[in-house]
Design a protein around this ligand. Sequence first.
Ligand SMILES: [Mg+2]
Length: 171
Amino acid sequence: MLKRFLPSAHVKSIFDITPEKLKEQGIEGVITDLDNTLVSWDTRTATPEVIEWFAKMKEQGIKVSVLSNNNKERVSFFCDPIGTPYVFSARKPLSKSFKRAAREMGIDKRKIAVIGDQLLTDVLGGNSAGFHTVLVVPIVQTDGRITRMNRMIERRILNYFRKKGLIDWEE
Ligand SMILES: [Mg+2]
């Protein structure tokens, strides 16, 4: 049952995810979380590095869309200036919005990587809906939107995977 929380891959940050590496794995599209994945939860707009990351993906033909549980105001204010499609109030880990994002991208889910910083929403939801999943280290550890309870559960699951030798990173 815990397997549903095991990401296909884990990296330090989105900047470790390049179009070249995605293509090697046959990935054509990315569905990414916003808060604490692309920027810290209290950063309103994309940083120059994030803008460049999106540009590189586009140049290399990788489609990117943002999938966030945050509200319309937050998500549209971030995404509109960089011209990326998005789904807000996504209710991750429910599958529905993941499938909707994939449908709008016109890409088969087996060719899409779901990226996010939370096991209980991004990874669980992405795995359950049949996507490739990539866990990133949260940009900041504090997050006004995540309960301490969630982080505690996550830490326990990560520790379990570490003990089993399924993941090899340190916090
Ligand atoms: Mg997040």
